[in-house]
Write a protein that binds this ligand. Structure first.
Ligand code: G3P
Length: 500
């Protein structure tokens, strides 16, 4: 059977602000998309929640819409993949399928003081946790959110111990719903973001379960990223569909960008920015506060990655638009930046919710520096764009210091529509950058995993041939100029830091 003669792939892409479903052709082209935004709940400062039922209903409706727009029947779908906002934590009743609390979102900081108290009690604890999980003792990850639910929802801990409740990240919850409660599973990439999973031994870790006081009865089975995850209940979309792939969204983007060889890296510029670099079958431990994570696990073999997470990328431009009202549309930023040029004396540090990698400084706050009487809108907007690029340089510097510099970078996400940003990025990083033809890399990665499982593709090498670039950018700035601009950024960051 040639690729053209086979069926289609359906990808569920459940993100932080919207639920999407995309149907791909066997060659990885987009056929149709369904998409719904959903409500963000901020019950207290620093808290972020989603309604699990809304996550589910928007996901299902997006898939129905995509099938409708494509004019396809569910029976023409060969397999489905799931990709998701990672770390976001859900607990539900195994008998009824009812969540016992809202989903606590990855951005939620409610467990910050608990994480701090663990670190203060025992200096060596974070290093021990990092050695097993590749992560840090930070509220970003699932374990402390799960513990919070067990401690704060009446009767939850006892019911968890009795095996009445199930825990899952969003992939697991959607899989449970899609299979009508038949399958309670996750994949190794999502498990690797919980702080409960030993990424070297590829299993839930008893010592970590004891540390965070999590009953093992809550946990899903951990499978390969490309695996048989069961069948979608035919009542939902009109036919049974194999769920053949699952990966957390940043890992799925790495796969959708075909970064299958060590040294290949991708950076996604959405709300935040996540740079992930494939390091092969070796899990490298960063000495500069980057995360070690599972990139994907296929045929039982984990491939690892180093990841840097920046909390504010596109969200900075959103703030310039909605908070400051300096622009009406993000597309205006390109001409403003062109008019400003690289020599911008203004630096913006968008530490609205602290700084992520490599600083991990939750107390730092944002600032705009270098203002003079002739500073106008265009300099401030440009500083916002440049901040995203300088933060990416921070990640590259941390990787360089760890001795694992990527040779090139593949980028995606809303902000890369701005070609000034991508050229400045190439110039400030000093490495070539490519934008892919299919920009929906996250959904595509999950579709590729499902396609591998159902036999549509026979290898990652075959998948690699489906990737091609649309635009390529070469660095053109001399080293002195690059360093002078970047030094201005480092000086600005130093002024907002609160941590060590
Ligand atoms: O780790 C959080 C990340 O997975 C969220 O991604 O694209 O939903 O903002 P996104």
């Amino acid at each position: 059977m040639s690729l053209q003669e086979s069926g289609y792939l359906l990808s569920f892409d459940q993100g932080t602000t919207s639920s999407r479903a995309i149907i791909f052709s066997p060659a990885g082209e987009i056929i149709a998309t369904g998409q719904y935004e959903f409500t963000q709940y901020f019950p207290e400062p620093g808290w972020v929640e989603h309604d699990p039922q809304e996550i589910w209903s928007t996901t299902l409706q997006a898939a129905k819409d995509a099938l409708g727009k494509a004019g396809l029947q569910a029976s023409q779908i060969m397999a489905a993949g799931i990709t998701n906002q990672r770390e976001t934590t859900l607990v539900w009743d195994r008998a009824s399928g009812e969540p016992i609390y809202n989903a606590i979102v990855w951005q939620d900081r409610r467990t910050a003081s608990y994480c701090q108290s663990l670190k203060s009690e025992n200096d060596a604890l974070e290093a021990r946790v990092t050695a097993k999980t590749g992560l840090l003792l930070d509220p970003y990850f699932s374990a402390t959110k799960l513990r919070w639910i067990l401690d704060n929802v009446e009767g939850a801990r006892e019911r968890a111990q009795n095996g009445e409740l199930a825990f899952g990240t969003v992939d697991t919850f959607l899989l449970w719903k899609l299979t009508n409660g038949q399958v309670h599973a996750t994949d190794a990439t999502n498990a690797s973001r919980t702080l409960l999973f030993n990424i070297h031994q590829q299993c839930w870790d008893d010592e970590l379960l004891a540390l965070f006081d999590i009953p093992a009865a809550l946990l899903p089975e951990v499978k390969d990223s490309s695996a048989d995850y069961g069948r979608i209940n035919p009542d939902l979309l009109g036919a049974e569909i194999l769920v053949g792939g699952i990966a957390g969204d940043q890992q799925a983007a790495l796969i959708g960008q075909a970064c299958f060889r060590p040294g290949m890296a991708k950076s996604t510029y959405g709300t935040g920015c996540f740079m992930v670099m494939n390091t092969g079958e070796q899990a490298l431990e960063s000495r500069h506060r980057l995360l070690t994570t599972v990139a994907y696990r296929i045929n039982g073999t984990p491939v690892y990655a180093i990841e840097g997470s920046i909390f504010m990328a596109g969200a900075t431009i959103q703030w310039i638009r909605d908070g400051l009202n300096l622009i009406r549309n993000a597309s205006e930023t390109q001409s403003l930046a062109e008019a400003t040029g690289y020599e911008n004396p203004v630096y913006m540090v968008p530490a609205f919710t602290g700084l992520g990698a490599p600083y991990w400084d939750p107390q730092a706050r944002g600032a705009i520096m270098g203002l003079t009487r002739d500073t106008g809108i265009k300099e401030i907007v440009t500083a916002g764009l440049q901040a995203v690029c300088y933060q990416t340089r921070d990640l590259i510097e941390a990787m360089r210091a760890d001795g694992i510099e990527p040779d090139s970078l593949r980028v995606d996400g809303g902000m890369v529509a701005n070609s000034w940003v991508v050229q400045f990025l190439a110039d400030i990083l000093g490495i070539p950058i490519a934008c892919p033809k299919v920009t929906e890399t996250t959904a595509l990665g999950a579709a590729f995993l499902a396609g591998l499982q159902c036999g549509l593709y026979n290898s990652l090498e075959q998948i690699e041939t489906l990737w091609s670039h649309d635009r390529a950018y070469q660095p053109a700035l001399d080293a002195d100029h690059q360093e002078r601009l970047y030094q201005g950024w480092l000086d600005a960051v130093a002024r907002v830091r609160c941590g060590d």
